[in-house]
Design a binder for this molecule. Structure first.
Ligand code: ZN
Length: 266
């Protein structure tokens, strides 16, 4: 079950369309915490495929498949392996796929996990299907901030703005300092900045999440150092993967410091 916390307004909107069985065909979830965005998207998707009275019931086969991420009528779309952006071809495929009847549920759901990773061309391709959506299809677009998408896309979607529940704000300053130190400071200073995070994997994970949001924000406001920041952004996924293994935290900190600093010399 979702913990709604500060997001009671969003809860009432979602409850409203779920209980009335009028799930909008295009929903945009904006929020800095991608995991929370995805959790809400999966909740709405389960409600769209569940065929019991009290959706999502949580116990029928559709709900079960939705929960374990293998429902044939729920697709989560990401850039192809090794690619940074969703290609126009992927969006065209999605468009064609949207016109295929659901496999086993009443609806099909397409979740675009990071819709900010669509260039204007891909967004325009998506726009066509949002303008004239097939029946029984729900598109859910996830973004750190709606400002990353074209106005024409935003205006087609019901917007759900999530406030971050975790106390990520405490890391905004550290994340900004990390970026500045990376660009202007030493590897030693970078490692020193991260040392307090050695104590907790959870804190490190939150920091890395905030860092990726701050990088995106910087890239949006200025093209300065974009090559370095882009590479740093890509590395964060690698660090999160390492974090999920049992890597020694001190080792991880020094790896992040040296690898990030190394980006300047590439
Ligand atoms: Zn169900």
């Amino acid at each position: 079950m979702i913990s709604w916390g500060k997001n009671q307004k969003v809860k009432s909107v979602v409850d409203g369309f779920i209980t009335s069985r009028r799930i909008p065909h295009a929903i945009m979830i904006e929020g800095e915490n991608n995991a929370a965005n995805l959790e809400l998207a999966r909740y709405i998707a389960a409600a769209a495929v569940c065929d019991n009275d009290n959706v999502p019931c949580g116990s029928c086969q559709n709900c079960h498949l939705a929960k374990i991420g293998s429902h044939p009528d729920i697709a989560v779309i990401n850039p192809l392996d090794g690619k940074k952006f969703l290609s126009v071809d992927q969006i065209r495929e999605l468009r064609a796929e949207a016109f295929v009847k659901p496999h086993q549920a009443a609806n099909r759901v397409f979740i675009i996990e990071d819709a900010s990773r669509m260039n204007p061309q891909a967004q325009n391709a998506l726009l066509k299907v949002l303008e004239e959506p097939p029946k029984n299809v729900v598109f859910i677009l996830l973004v750190p901030s709606k400002t990353m998408l074209l106005d024409t896309i935003i205006s087609r979607c019901v917007l759900l703005s999530l406030q971050d529940e975790s106390n990520d704000n405490q890391y905004i300053e550290t994340a900004d300092k990390f970026i500045d130190t990376l660009l202007h400071g030493s590897e030693y200073e970078l490692a020193k900045l991260l040392t307090p995070l050695e104590k907790s994997r959870v804190e490190m994970e939150k920091f890395l999440g905030t860092l990726s949001v701050r990088i995106t924000a910087r890239l949006k406001s200025s093209k300065l150092n974009s090559r370095i920041l882009d590479s740093l952004f890509d590395d964060i996924k690698y660090y999160l993967d390492l974090l999920a293994t049992n890597i020694n935290m001190a080792l991880l900190v020094s790896l992040i410091a040296s690898r990030s600093k190394g980006l300047l010399n590439k």
